[in-house]
Design a protein around this ligand. Structure first.
Ligand code: FES
Length: 114
């Protein structure tokens, strides 16, 4: 288990998360309405989070490719649908359904998409 602290629109939320689980699912399963508009396929980037502290693990090709097309993504941001929890993390959730006024999107699968 790893300790996750997520900064949200309504303040910080801290919880324990299973190792190797997708970060976006950990966040959602603890009551935070994070956006994941493409269903976890590294296409929409709405699941982006800012990494404040901790090791989010390596960036794979699909994430690297979509991030390179987005001017508004900084080096401190990661796509939470592409991050497997391997460390305690302190993150800031950038997009929430309740803030944006849109549906969160289809729930990402536990498995990685090719
Ligand atoms: S990039 Fe779309 S849900 Fe992660």
């Amino acid at each position: 288990m790893h300790r996750i602290t997520a900064e949200t629109a309504s303040g910080p939320v801290a919880f324990d998360a299973e190792g190797d689980k997708k970060l976006v699912l950990c966040i959602e399963d603890h009551g935070i309405d994070i956006l994941h508009r493409c269903g976890g396929n590294a296409r929409c980037t709405t699941c982006r989070v800012e990494i404040i502290h901790g090791d989010p693990g390596p960036i794979r090709d699909a994430e690297k490719a979509i991030m390179a097309t987005k001017d508004d993504m900084t080096d401190h941001m990661r796509l939470s649908c592409q991050v497997r929890v391997i460390d305690d993390l302190h993150v800031r959730v950038i997009n929430q359904a309740s803030v944006k006024g849109i549906d969160a999107g289809p729930r990402p699968a536990h498995e990685d998409t090719p």
